[in-house]
Design a binder for this molecule. Structure first.
Ligand code: GTB
Length: 216
């Protein structure tokens, strides 16, 4: 049975690959697993059929046989556990790669996502500039740590892993900002991730959805 994931019918990011189905698509492409996509309107995301899969009415979800999953990190982990290519075989190296998955989602993504939300939703608030500066301070601390650890390596811990995949998808939200540009090794790391053929296939697939929706 083919894996099915869900994604926005019309992504607000206009096909820029910032919605969280992108990381699931990329993981599936890295391990060579074909997949179908069920596209959802915002209305359909709140309907019982989707809420049974995703309690918060969000995308992405993942269905494979009798397994239904939500949370993009859990989905990427499942893919990485079941197929070679995204987690090392050595037990300690595997544990470290998983730690980087958590670091991406738990330590780096929250302030990065909050900054993106603030820039969209809070611009008109009198405290917007202070809030933005506070979030950017936190992000700078995270990027300093990441940059120090990455050094001049290609990936965070040896071979490319699910930790890198998640970290790159998180950092892409900072593209175009000074925050990334302040760390040339992190900018190059993101570019390396985006240059992977699997990344490109995933990006093109989600962009094609937006392009088709715009024509329709
Ligand atoms: N922790 C969950 C996970 O990792 O799976 C979070 C899932 C999530 O936030 N999904 C978002 C969603 O469904 C889409 S990705 N939102 C609708 C809702 O909450 O009702 C977040 C996102 C949204 C929009 C853009 N964009 O426009 O650029 C980018 C990313």
């Amino acid at each position: 049975m083919t894996i099915t994931i869900t994604a926005f019918e019309r992504s607000p990011d206009r096909g820029n690959g910032l919605a969280r189905d992108m990381r699931v698509r990329w993981a599936l492409e890295e391990v060579g697993q074909p997949y179908d996509v069920r596209l959802l309107s915002f209305k359909a995301m709140q309907e019982p059929a989707h809420l049974a899969l995703q309690p918060f009415g969000q995308i992405p979800t993942y269905e494979d046989g009798d397994l239904a999953l939500f949370e993009s990190g859990a989905i990427v982990f499942r893919i990485a556990e079941r197929h070679a290519g995204l987690l090392p075989d050595d037990a300690n190296a595997r544990a470290r790669a998983i730690a980087w998955m958590f670091a991406a989602l738990n330590t780096v993504e929250p302030p990065v996502f909050d900054r993106a939300l603030a820039r969209i939703l809070e611009r008109d608030q009198p405290w917007y500039e202070q809030r933005l500066a506070a979030l950017e301070d936190i992000i700078r601390k995270r990027l300093d740590g990441l940059s120090r650890r990455l050094g001049d390596a290609d990936w965070l811990d040896g071979a490319f892993s699910a930790g890198d995949l998640l970290m790159v998808t998180v950092l892409r939200r900072l593209q175009g900002s000074d925050l990334l540009a302040e760390h040339p090794n992190i900018s190059a790391y993101v570019a390396r991730g985006e240059a992977r053929p699997a990344y490109k296939r995933a990006f093109d697939a989600q962009l094609a959805v937006f392009t088709a929706a715009s024509k329709g």
